[in-house]
Design a protein around this ligand. Structure first.
Ligand code: HEM
Length: 348
């Protein structure tokens, strides 16, 4: 028998019906994959018009938005795909936690997924900076000064990002290169690996026959039916993406070069929405604590979750399983904290 190709690997001839149930995974992993691919499809044409220099970046975004044919649509699609990826990827993480799907043998894939989501956040942040308007310039200034606070490697990281002692052309080129290559290619590779591992780990998590209420041979669905279901979810996702892009424009403030001092008005520094919770922390705590220590603790807690907070290998695919209570409570507290701090900044 010939080796299955990547598509066949992800879609074996039959799979258990329970694994394919929409109400188990909500299609969140697949939707995230589609959103990432949409980012590549819409991002490459934007590269033909974007000019990565400090003087021209802001203007070239205006050219894309107001002059280039369908540039506004491509930019809106790119913006919304990025926002939805962060949102849907995070919901997927919650699904994995509350259904106990991170337990052995899926612990390594938990790490791959987490790394892909973290790099996706940095990818989104680097794209946000490329807008090069007064809002994103404010976020850049705050961001690089936080990075500088990192113990031991702060100055080196600052230099790596800024490309010199102050923000200049080199900064735009660096963010542009990180965005279009340095982060997007690793995320693409990680997601391919992550999807590949799902089948390597025995398919989407399922209850073992002993814990299942029905010990008879579970029903299965064919590859054909699986692809049909994926097709429906894909079309619905694309419909939502297009509706958002057609009716809600991606934000755009004045270009940096249109104001004499782009660092004025910093009291309302506009961090991107997914980092607003850190902006709230920055208002009340020292930068090292708010920008480095607390986010690092959150990441570390998530990374070690299947080793430290729930080492059991029972309760897989059981919603809110008892063995995983501690992990569920910790993740719930982290999620509630991030949501509350975000809303506080939004409405504050
Ligand atoms: C960043 C974007 C991500 C994409 C595109 C993605 C994609 C996928 C896909 C397609 C699946 C299989 C079906 C499904 O569950 O919907 C999956 C499963 C899985 N993902 Fe992700 N994922 C992402 C992020 C994450 C994150 C942040 C984590 C956890 C920290 C994670 C952990 C897992 C695990 C453990 C599985 C196996 C779940 C199971 O077997 O039930 N993924 N992922």
């Amino acid at each position: 028998m010939s080796r299955p190709n990547f598509f066949e690997h992800l879609h074996p001839p039959t799979i258990p019906a329970r694994e394919a149930r929409f109400t188990y995974t909500f299609g969140l992993g697949g939707i995230s994959l589609l959103l990432f691919l949409s980012l590549i499809v819409t991002g490459v044409p934007l590269m033909f018009v974007y000019v990565p220099t400090a003087v021209s970046a802001g203007e070239s975004i205006r050219t894309i938005t107001y002059i280039a044919p369908y540039g506004w649509l491509l930019r809106n699609l790119h913006y919304w795909a990025a926002a939805l990826l962060v949102l849907v990827g995070s919901l997927h993480l919650l699904r994995v936690v509350f259904s106990g799907s991170y337990k052995p043998p899926r612990r390594f894939n938990w790490l791959l997924g987490l790394l892909a989501l973290l790099l996706s956040l940095l990818l989104s942040f680097s794209g946000y900076i490329l807008r090069w308007d007064v809002d994103t310039y404010g976020a850049l200034t705050v961001g690089i000064n936080i990075v500088r606070q990192t113990p031991l490697v702060g100055d080196w990281l600052y230099e790596l990002l800024v490309g010199g002692p102050v923000i200049s052309d080199a900064t735009v080129v660096r963010f542009y290169t990180w965005h279009t290559l340095g982060l997007s290619v690793p995320v693409l590779l990680l997601l391919g690996w992550h999807a590949f591992r799902v089948r390597r780990d025995g398919g989407i998590s399922h209850q073992s026959p002993t814990t299942s209420s029905d010990s008879s041979r579970p029903p299965r669905i064919s590859r054909h039916e699986l692809v049909q279901r994926e097709g429906v979810v894909m079309l619905l996702t694309l419909a939502v993406l297009f509706l958002l892009a057609l009716f809600v424009d991606a934000p755009l403030a004045s270009p940096v070069n249109s104001v004499s001092d782009p660092t004025t008005g910093f009291s309302s520094i506009a961090a991107p929405w997914f980092f607003l919770w850190i902006q709230t922390l920055l208002r009340h705590l020292p930068p090292l604590l708010a920008g480095i220590v607390i986010p690092s603790i959150v990441i570390l807690l998530l990374a070690v979750l299947p080793w430290l907070l729930d080492r059991s290998d029972t309760g897989t695919a059981v919603w809110f399983n008892r063995e995983g209570r501690l992990a569920q409570v910790v993740v719930l507290l982290i999620a509630a904290g991030i949501i509350l701090l975000t809303l506080w900044e939004w409405w504050g």
